[in-house]
Write a protein that binds this ligand. Structure first.
Ligand code: NAD
Ligand code: UFG
Length: 337
């Protein structure tokens, strides 16, 4: 069984990817400092997969620890999820974000080079597109100036990878540009664990439905969209997890010094009100919400062109928006209120 190091593997997307890697016959080795996750996730992964995962609690900037892991396991590659991701916090503490998000990539690349590890999948984001001039966005749509230090870390990491691969170090890399990840594992054993008041739409919806928040505010209904609310491409986290398995398997068949980027979305945009309606319908609930002013810095509309990932990686999204809303709510119910 090929062993893959998953940095940030106890987090939201990493944990779901660990499950899908096991299902595909890989052996994920999880490295996480638990700065934004809970060790209980490892027990949940064991319940879902029926086997114990190898877990290292530590920082992926710690080169000594990385070398120890590589000494103990023959690694076929790395999927690098570990990063700080709170947009607002990144404007307050930019150095914290640059240090962790850029620093960890640099340490990992040097580690991979020294240990002869060839394959890397990197977590990027559709945030690199800003508000695109044309929709849907393809991978060759020009990137815009980043809206936040967090967004800039994703852009700079992509640039680092381009420059590094150009220098012919003998590696193969894919950056996946995620659109808006939502949903949870259908077993409801793992899902997103937002700290404090959620910034993102779907955790805010589920917490409102659970009575943790009084009311959801829809940020603006005067955008140039069919119902006036913003449009996003909401991708189920299980589909996203599967994209990592496909990307990793694909890398293995490429020549050395390969680099490419792929959008990971459904290819369909939904408005904020459509998300609320889907949530209400599939869960037979009424959500307490009101229309409020626009949120500063919000992109009006964005969704993915998925032709490249469909054709080259053979990946297609399978889960609908309704599936996402059902699984998000089932997960929230396990968290209580
Ligand atoms: P998450 O916070 O749930 O998971 C990240 C994990 O990394 C956490 O478990 C955290 O404890 C860990 N971590 C952070 N820094 C670390 C370090 N230095 N060493 C070891 N572990 C560390 O986030 P997520 O939603 O699963 O996101 C995963 C990746 O995808 C991130 O790179 C994020 O920027 C990117 N991304 C997320 C979204 C989204 O909306 N969730 C969208 C686009 C891109
Ligand atoms: N929204 C509300 N009310 C809320 C929360 C969100 O109306 O309480 C709206 C927003 O205004 C936006 C839409 O729901 O129109 C989606 O907002 P999110 O915060 O869930 O997602 P964003 O697309 O704004 O940003 C997210 C992450 C970024 C990441 C980006 C692309 O927060 O870090 O997706 O992956 F870069």
């Amino acid at each position: 069984m090929k062993k893959i190091l998953i940095t940030g593997g106890a987090g939201y997307i990493g944990s779901h990817t660990a499950v899908e890697l096991i299902n595909a016959g890989f052996d994920p080795i999880v490295l996480d400092d638990l700065s934004n996750s809970d060790e209980k996730v490892l027990d949940r992964l064991e319940e879902i997969s029926g086997r114990k995962l190898t877990f290292y609690k530590g920082d992926c900037n710690d080169r000594i620890l990385l070398d120890q892991i590589s000494f103990e396991h023959e690694l076929a590659g790395v999927i690098h999820f570990a990063a700080f991701k709170a947009v607002g916090e990144s404007t307050q503490f930019p150095l914290k974000y640059y240090k962790n998000n850029l620093g960890s990539l640099l340490v990992l690349l040097e580690f991979m080079k020294d240990q002869g590890i060839k394959d890397l999948v990197f977590s990027s984001s559709c945030t690199v597109y800003g508000q695109p001039d044309q929709l849907p966005v393809t991978e060759s749509t020009p990137r815009k100036e980043a809206e936040s230090p967090y967004g800039n870390t994703k852009k700079v990491c992509e640039d680092i990878l381009v420059d590094y691969v150009k220098s012919k170090p003998g590696i193969r890399v894919i950056s996946l540009r995620y659109f808006n990840p939502v949903g949870a594992h259908p077993s409801s054993k793992i899902g997103e664990l937002p700290l404090g008041v959620p910034n993102n739409l779907v955790p805010y919806i589920t917490q409102t439905a659970a009575g943790i928040r009084k009311k959801l505010t829809v940020f603006g209904d005067d955008y140039d969209t069919p119902d006036g609310t913003c449009i996003r491409d909401f991708i189920h986290v299980m589909d996203l997890a599967d994209a990592h398995v496909k990307a990793f398997s694909f890398l293995n068949h490429q020549e050395m010094d390969y680099y490419d980027v792929f959008n990971v979305g459904t290819g369909k945009g939904n408005t904020v009100l459509e998300v609320i309606q889907a949530f209400e319908k599939v869960n037979d609930l009424k959500l307490n919400y009101e229309i409020g002013p626009r949120r500063e810095g919000d992109i009006e509309k964005i969704w993915a062109d998925t032709k490249k990932i469909n054709e080259e990686l053979g990946w297609y999204s399978k889960y609908s928006l309704e599936d996402s809303m059902r699984d998000s709510w089932n997960w929230q119910k396990t968290l209580g209120n």
